[in-house]
Design a protein around this ligand. Structure first.
Ligand SMILES: *Cc1c(COP(=O)(O)O)cnc(C)c1O
Length: 351
């Protein structure tokens, strides 16, 4: 770092995204992207928008919000779109973290980064032994609470009634990060009309095949959305570009295409889980587009490195309690068969 960097940021450790190496063509099962391309309609909407790139994008995002109102059964004052859901998470930490923030010790790595970015007092709550979240740990904390549901990188989901208990028993904002909710979970969006302290965030990056377009959103009571908009207009009112706005609209028009892809992913997840179990892996019960798995036959890091040398990328974390695991994104059946063959080879070599 330079000698000019503000001293507020000297200790800031940025988020490390999953690697995107370009030396060979890898089978990418490491960043939870969709293996399916965006729908034709999504792409054609994006192409049409290109002709108007001389104009600024609509900061009020009216078409997209109108469409979302219909798809998610909410009011258009209850939603705000952002540049990926990371951006709305960022705004929530900025807006509501002054009494401190609590989140699970094993969860999405960005929470710690945002907490240190804003110098928030942070409480990292351990998971239970089976890697699930104990909702009772989150009652009456009265600080900002952030929970990924399903959680990452475990894939384990918390039932909606437990989420409701947390929201009900805190006089503070609760953020439910539903990046993976479309892969078999029940969304907390249905609770937004009932509680004034709930923000549900979702993304078009995983279930809607638009990771590169950067589109996410939050649903919350309109007073919270007002706060979040203040933060948005104080940083970048044009945070979502017009091509992405148009593609987001196209994606919601084509919702069934994406929901069908999710069904395929769920079937492939069941397939991979069963095959890994047959090979002697422990696989955590996942409601996401990835599984988290380990085996006594080979260390987590060794398996990750050997798969990489065979051209298959999975995500390995070095944190002590999860270092024997790898997080494997659910790809196409063909990709998964290649992965499984590589694993068989590797296990054969280490016997
Ligand atoms: C991927 C992910 C996000 C953010 O994704 P964006 O691409 O920024 O929308 C947020 N939370 C979790 C838990 C994720 O896995």
């Amino acid at each position: 770092m330079s000698k000019f960097l503000s001293k507020n940021y000297l200790g800031l450790k940025p988020y490390t995204p999953g690697e995107q190496p370009k030396d060979i063509r890898y089978i990418k099962l490491n960043t939870n992207e969709s293996p399916f391309p965006p729908s034709k309609k999504t792409i054609s909407f994006g192409k049409k928008a290109l002709k108007k790139l001389n104009l600024y994008s609509d900061p009020e995002m009216r078409y997209l919000r109108d469409k979302a109102q219909e798809v998610f059964n909410i009011d258009k004052d209850e939603i705000m779109f952002t540049n990926g859901s990371d951006e709305i998470l960022n705004f929530a930490f900025a807006c509501y973290g002054d009494k401190g923030v609590a989140y699970p010790q094993i969860s999405y790595g960005f929470y710690t980064v945002f907490a240190s970015l804003y110098n928030l007092d942070k409480t990292e709550i351990p998971l239970k032994e089976d890697f699930s979240i104990d909702y009772k740990d989150y009652l009456n904390l009265n600080k900002l609470i952030v929970i990924a549901n399903p959680n990452a990188p475990t894939g384990i989901i918390m039932p909606l009634w437990q989420i409701e208990e947390i929201v009900k028993n805190n006089d503070s904002v609760v953020v439910i990060d539903e990046a993976y909710i479309d892969f078999g979970g029940e969304s907390a969006i249905s609770l937004v009309k009932k509680y004034k302290n709930l923000i549900v965030t979702q993304t078009f990056s995983k279930s809607r095949s638009l990771a590169g377009a950067r589109l996410g959103f939050g649903v919350a009571d309109k007073e919270l959305i007002k706060d979040l908009n203040t933060m948005r207009y104080s940083t970048n009112p044009y945070n979502v570009n017009s091509t992405t706005l148009a593609m987001g609209f196209g994606a919601l028009e084509d919702n069934n295409y994406y929901l069908n892809n999710c069904k395929t992913i769920i079937a492939n997840r069941d397939y991979l889980t069963k095959k890994l179990q047959e090979l002697g892996f422990l696989v955590l019960p996942s409601k996401a587009n990835f599984v988290f798995a380990k085996t006594d036959k080979i260390g987590g890091e060794e398996l990750y490195l050997k798969l990489k040398s065979k051209g298959v990328l999975v995500r390995h974390f070095t944190t002590d309690s999860i270092k024997e695991y790898n997080r494997i994104t659910i790809g196409t059946k063909k990709q998964l068969d290649i992965l499984l063959n590589c694993i068989k080879q590797i296990l054969g070599e280490t016997l």
